[in-house]
Design a binder for this molecule. Structure first.
Ligand code: NAD
Length: 718
């Protein structure tokens, strides 16, 4: 609702009240209408101050209402009514003014912000555009280039930047409310015409067309098929070239187009599922609601390699003191240097004072971990080494200390078996670079206790990461689903495709990088090492094993051959591509002739592989594994799988995540295609459709949020 009160000085104060962020729900909009009308009609009132309860102006539209039929007064005429008021309306921006909240403030005649406030037109992050006049008023207020940046990125703008750009009129360190009331008194009675943004003309640079074209090119590259940022540019073009009323019409048309697109639905789904991941539960009845996390006052990281460094930085950035442990002096010194310079960069970037960082001490002595609450092991991916460390930690650390492993796929329970307190062993699977990537898979072994899960999930929150609870199996959720996807890519090369063809299809779908470019970036030796460990190649491979078959199933030795010939990716200047200039991938004629030789050696008839086949075989095999994961209870819900893929694997947000995408495509179609590819390639095991997929199709393909009820909880591995 919106509360109305009259205060001395002939000022009406209207306070938006809808916790937690005063979203513009139907009731709030109705109340704004009523109270503004009341204030404008009241002879005693000379000026109006519009603010939000609990130190927050307004977080924007109420997203929950998007899926229902629109009720109550729409935003556009409401904001127009405020702008048309003859009495000055001053917005008090405390906390946040995002989306519809900023659009509401732009309809006011003045804006006064607290120095800690943030503003932004965030709609693009939900697959929409600011359609309550935001795309028309902001360019008129601050000019086309700055508005274009804010509208197309949805970024949060600090109060300091907002005043510099002219979005707000004044910023204060003291009470924005008091400042606004005093200010309102000084402008009461003045004509408001010049303050109405709808009457302004947007300041345009002379080269408007090339500015907008340039923006479109950059946006198409960055947003990889997302419609909303492109529509935002079109709306800003309308603001720059059309009268306000026509611009508003264009804004509405573009919004209608986006609103009914699957992309907006997918992005809103991502918004809700990301929040839902924090509300974890296990079949035993433990959950985020009934399990208390242990406090983490001091943490330790073992191993300062690629991952350990980033994990140490994340912990310190969250204000947690860290002890970092290495094996030898040289590595310790290198680790310390790298961590310190990462922290300096981080604190500069985020404007963090050193006092806010947790201290980091560096040691070779594991005994220093006597008092730590939580240890994260990030040594080489080697079971024997990890077990040795967990056994040592058991004798060194306090009995209640949580022992976490950053393994990317080893059996958590086997690692836990080496510890004296297996119930306090949990997987904390960070993603590289660990101080940047948002995802944290919290891996639960069969003996992991609820308190260990709760503490790891609480840690994720403190590190500003998205924690998702998953079960224990080889590769957990994310890496396990990557395997069939990667294998399909190898098979496609065997059959006639080229790496650049496969990558192009995947990048056009929306991945930041195709799978071959990803492998070249992370190093082909990563997978090679694990295949050697599994005995699929290298010295452990039984003599006489057929080159293209393992355990009676199809196997592609292509990546092994590349590694054996020293092609490890970017780091060796060649992998699936050639890197003559650092990091620039170019197709390699050598690879082309190597593939031709390979095919003729194994009698494979090369054929032209179509784009649809590339996309379907790669994505549907990944999705099929997702269904198996659901069936086995390794993930609690399809939503959790989608959060993992969107926040950790570069799955395009506007496609919702693999399970949501499968539902959007149509489960019968996915099933049909998998059956078709399985018939044509019976030797590829993971193309056989999972029974979970069949079951869902048989039940009429219910929407994703209903799948959870169909998953047999008794088989849950969580
Ligand atoms: P890395 O090879 O870069 O670093 C491992 C570090 O551990 C080295 O600095 C080594 O000196 C140190 N170390 C080895 N034995 C030690 C001991 N006994 N005591 C203290 N330090 C010791 O490895 P990484 O890439 O950082 O991977 C670490 C773990 O994280 C692995 O389990 C890996 O599977 C997992 N992981 C890696 C990635 C990735 O992209 N690199 C992503 C997710 C998870």
């Amino acid at each position: 609702m919106a509360l109305y009160r009259r205060i001395p000085g002939a000022i009406a104060v209207i306070t938006l009240t809808n916790p937690p962020v005063n979203a513009l729900s139907c009731t709030v909009r109705e109340a704004i209408y009523e109270t503004v009308k009341r204030a404008t009609a009241d002879q005693e009132v000379k000026a109006i101050v519009l603010c939000g309860a609990n130190g927050k102006f307004c977080g924007g539209a109420d997203i929950k209402e998007f899926s229902r039929e629109m009720r109550g007064p729409p935003l556009v005429p409401m904001i127009d009514m405020i702008e048309e008021s003859e009495k000055p309306v001053v917005a008090v921006i405390e906390g946040v003014a995002f989306g519809g909240g900023l659009e509401l403030a732009l309809g006011c005649h003045y804006r006064i912000a607290h120095s800690g406030a943030q503003v932004g037109l965030t709609e693009v992050t939900l697959g929409l555009l600011p359609a309550a006049g935001g795309t028309q008023r902001l360019p008129r207020l601050i000019g086309v280039p700055a508005a274009l940046d804010i509208i197309t990125t949805g970024r949060h703008v600090s109060a300091q930047e907002a005043v510099r750009l002219g979005i707000v009129d004044k910023v204060t360190d003291s009470s924005a409310m008091e400042e606004a009331i005093e200010f309102a008194k000084t402008v009461a009675g003045e004509p408001m015409g010049p303050r109405r943004l709808s009457l302004w003309t947007a300041a345009c640079p002379e080269d408007l067309d090339s500015l907008l074209e340039g923006a479109l090119v950059r946006i198409r590259q960055r947003s990889r098929g997302a419609l909303a940022p492109v529509a935002c540019v079109q709306a800003v073009r309308a603001a720059a070239s059309l009268p306000f009323a026509q611009g508003m019409k264009k804004e509405q048309e573009l919004m209608a187009y986006l609103f009914t697109s699957g992309q907006a639905r997918a992005m809103q789904y991502c918004f809700f599922t990301q929040r839902a991941a924090a509300r974890w539960t296990t079949p035993s009845g433990a959950s985020w609601e009934n399990t208390k996390a242990r406090p983490v006052r001091q943490a330790a990281v073992i191993g300062l390699g690629t991952m350990g460094k980033g994990i140490a930085v994340s912990l310190s950035r969250a204000g947690i003191p860290v002890i970092a442990v290495e094996t030898e002096q040289k590595r310790l010194k290198a680790g310390r240097k790298a961590v310190n310079s990462m922290l300096t960069r981080e604190s500069q970037k985020r404007g963090l004072a050193e006092a806010h960082l947790g201290s980091i001490s560096f040691t070779l002595d594991l005994r220093k971990l006597r008092d730590t609450d939580l240890v994260i092991e990030a040594v080489f991916e080697d079971m024997a080494l990890k077990k040795q460390i967990f056994s040592k930690l058991s004798s060194v650390c306090r009995p209640d200390a949580l022992l976490c492993t950053n393994t990317s796929g080893l059996n958590i329970d086997e690692i836990a078996s080496a510890a004296s307190r297996p119930e306090l062993v949990v997987g904390t699977h960070f993603f590289a670079p660990a101080h940047v990537m948002k995802l944290l898979e919290v891996v639960c072994g069969p003996r992991t206790s609820p308190v260990a899960v709760a503490t790891a999930m609480q840690l994720a929150k403190r590190l500003e990461k998205i924690g998702v609870v998953v079960g224990n199996c080889s590769g957990f959720v994310g890496n396990r689903m990557m395997r069939p996807y990667t294998e399909q890519a190898y098979y496609l090369l065997e059959e006639g495709a080229r790496p650049e063809e496969v990558d192009l299809v995947l990048e056009e779908f929306g991945f930041a990088m195709g799978i071959f470019r990803v492998m070249d970036l992370s190093g082909l030796d990563v997978g090679w090492r694990s295949r050697k460990e599994l005995g699929l190649t290298g010295p452990k491979l039984p003599p006489g094993t057929e080159a293209r078959s393992r355990g009676g199933k199809r196997y592609s030795p292509l990546p092994d051959i590349l590694c054996e010939s020293g092609r490890l990716g970017q780091k060796t200047g060649r992998g699936w591509y050639l890197y003559e200039k650092e990091r620039v991938a170019t197709p390699d004629p050598w690879l082309q002739s190597f593939l031709e030789d390979y095919r003729s050696r194994f009698g494979i008839q090369s054929r032209r592989v179509g784009q649809d086949e590339i996309l379907e075989r790669c994505l549907y095999s990944l999705i099929n594994e997702g269904f198996r994961i659901l069936q086995e209870g390794i993930a609690a819900s399809p939503e959790d799988i989608d959060v993992i893929y969107v926040s950790g694997y570069g799955w395009p947000r506007h496609r919702g995540g693999p399970m949501f995408y499968a539902w959007m495509v149509g489960l019968p179609k996915v099933l049909d295609k998998l059956e078709h590819y399985h018939r044509t390639h019976p030797d590829i095991p993971n193309l056989a459709p999972s029974s979970m997929l069949r079951k869902l199709v048989a039940r009429g393909s219910p929407p994703v949020h209903q799948w959870r009820a169909l998953i047999q909880q008794h088989s849950s591995q969580l």
